[in-house]
Design a protein around this ligand. Structure first.
Ligand code: SF4
Ligand code: SF4
Length: 96
């Protein structure tokens, strides 16, 4: 599942980034990549707004309105006793 690129609330402020790489590590959808020792948006449209990147960025270089995508899908799946429908398949413990 992909969101419309323009509808994704993900915001990245490159000036604040120190290149720690956490966002690349925790994103379950490979939205971030590294470029010239800084994070860069590699695939913004794949963002499911789980909030993991923003939560793990100590430089506050990422803002995202979490809770409307992946995390919500996981929670809804748990409550309904079904598999989440966000595409994460529960493989990543960073989701949500
Ligand atoms: S977690 Fe934040 S500081 Fe670290 S690479 Fe990503 S955007 Fe940059
Ligand atoms: S909000 Fe989640 S899916 Fe979107 S870029 Fe951050 S970690 Fe990746």
């Amino acid at each position: 599942m992909r969101y419309l690129e323009d509808a994704v609330t993900l915001e990245f402020i490159p000036e604040r980034c120190d290149g720690c790489g956490m966002c690349v590590k925790v994103c379950p959808h490979a939205v971030f990549g590294m470029e010239n020792k800084r994070a860069a948006l590699a695939d913004r449209g794949a963002c499911m707004e789980c909030g993991a990147c923003a939560k793990n960025c100590e430089r506050e270089a990422i803002r995202v309105k979490a809770g409307v995508g992946c995390a919500t899908a996981v929670l809804a799946g748990l409550m309904a006793g079904k598999e989440p429908s966000c595409g994460c398949s529960g493989e990543s413990s960073t989701c949500g």
